[in-house]
Design a protein around this ligand. Structure first.
Ligand SMILES: NC(=O)c1ccc[n+]([C@@H]2O[C@H](COP(=O)([O-])OP(=O)(O)OC[C@H]3O[C@@H](n4cnc5c(N)ncnc54)[C@H](OP(=O)(O)O)[C@@H]3O)[C@@H](O)[C@H]2O)c1
Length: 231
C-alpha cells in the first residue's frame, strides 16, 4: 500500500523540500501549513502530484490541531514529520529576555510536536512501521554549546529532545519509532544566506536516516548524515 507522510510547516524551507521529495518517492503526502491559500509553492506541486493534500494547521493552536485530527480520523499515517519551527526574535542576550516571547518559541518547537503526536497517535497505530521524526537542532545540544546565548531557541530544542526520548520509550509497545534530527545548517529563511547546505541535501540525508531507523536508534539524535549528536 502507498505510504502516507504528514509534514508540518510544509509550505516553505525544509518542510517544502520534504513534501517534494516524499512525493517524488511515490508517497501520499499531507502538507500542513498555516495558510494554504498563500502556499504558492504547494499549489504548484499540487498541479504535478495528485497524491498531495494540503491542509491548514497552526501547530500552536489546539483548535487547529483538533480540526485536523477530526478530518484525518481513520487515515493511516506512516510518517509524521514535526518540522514547523520558530526561532523567535534574534539578538536576544542575557539581560534582555522576554518571558512571553520565549513562551511563543517553546509553544511551536517543544509543546506543539508532542500535542500533534498525541493527536495523531491513533492514525500512527493503523500502520505497520510508523515513525515520528522531530526536526530539532544541534544548537539544542549541551555539548555543542560553546558560545552561549540563543536562550529561547536552544532551550526549546533541548526540551524537544527530552520529549523525543520519553516518547520513544512510551510508544515502543505500540511499535512507533521516534527520532530527533538535526537538518544541518540549511539555506532557508531561518538558516539565512550563509548556511552551508541546500534543502535538497538536508532532506535527502534525513530521509535516508528515517528510512533506515532501527529500534536501537529510536529516541536518539542524529544529523542529516546519520551522525549521532551528543545531548
Ligand atoms: N535552517 C536551518 O539551518 C535549521 C537548522 C536547524 C534546525 N532547523 C529546524 O528545521 C525546521 C524547519 O526550519 P526551516 O529552516 O525550514 O525554517 P523556515 O524556512 O523559517 O520555515 C519554518 C516553517 O515553520 C512554519 N511554522 C512556524 N510557526 C508555525 C506554526 N505556529 N504553525 C504552523 N507552522 C509554523 C512556517 O510557516 P509560515 O510560513 O506560516 O511561517 C514555515 O513553514 C525547524 O524546526 C527549524 O527549527 C533549521
Amino acid at each position: 500500500m502507498t505510504k502516507h507522510a504528514l509534514i508540518t510547516g510544509g509550505n516553505r524551507g525544509i518542510g517544502r523540500a520534504f513534501v517534494e521529495h516524499y512525493l517524488k518517492a511515490g508517497w501520499n503526502v499531507t502538507a500542513c501549513c498555516r495558510d494554504p491559500k498563500r502556499a504558492v509553492e504547494l499549489s504548484v506541486l499540487k498541479s504535478d502530484y495528485e497524491q498531495l493534500k494540503v491542509m491548514s494547521l497552526d501547530v500552536s493552536l489546539s483548535e487547529s490541531i483538533a480540526i485536523l485530527t477530526k478530518e484525518l480520523a481513520g487515515t493511516p499515517i506512516d510518517l509524521l514529520i514535526n518540522n514547523a519551527g520558530y526561532y523567535g526574535p534574534k539578538g536576544v542576550e542575557f539581560g534582555s529576555c522576554d518571558a512571553k516571547e520565549w513562551g511563543k518559541v517553546i509553544e511551536v518547537n517543544t509543546i506543539a510536536p508532542l500535542m500533534l503526536t498525541e493527536a495523531l497517535y491513533q492514525n500512527l497505530k493503523l500502520v505497520g512501521n510508523p515513525v515520528v521524526a522531530f526536526i530539532s537542532s544541534k544548537v539544542g545540544s549541551m555539548e555543542d554549546n560553546t558560545s552561549g546565548g540563543g536562550y529561547y531557541y536552544r532551550s526549546s530544542k533541548a526540551a524537544l529532545n527530552s520529549v523525543v526520548k520519553s516518547l520513544s520509550i512510551d510508544l515502543k509497545d505500540d511499535g512507533i519509532k521516534c527520532v530527533a534530527l538535526h537538518p544541518g545548517w540549511v539555506l532557508t529563511a531561518m538558516g539565512g544566506p550563509k548556511a552551508l547546505i541546500d534543502t535538497d541535501m538536508s532532506v535527502k540525508g534525513m530521509m535516508a536516516v528515517i528510512g533506515k531507523l532501527t529500534w536501537e536508534q529510536s529516541g536518539d539524535f542524529y544529523d542529516y548524515q546519520g551522525k549521532p549528536i551528543p545531548w
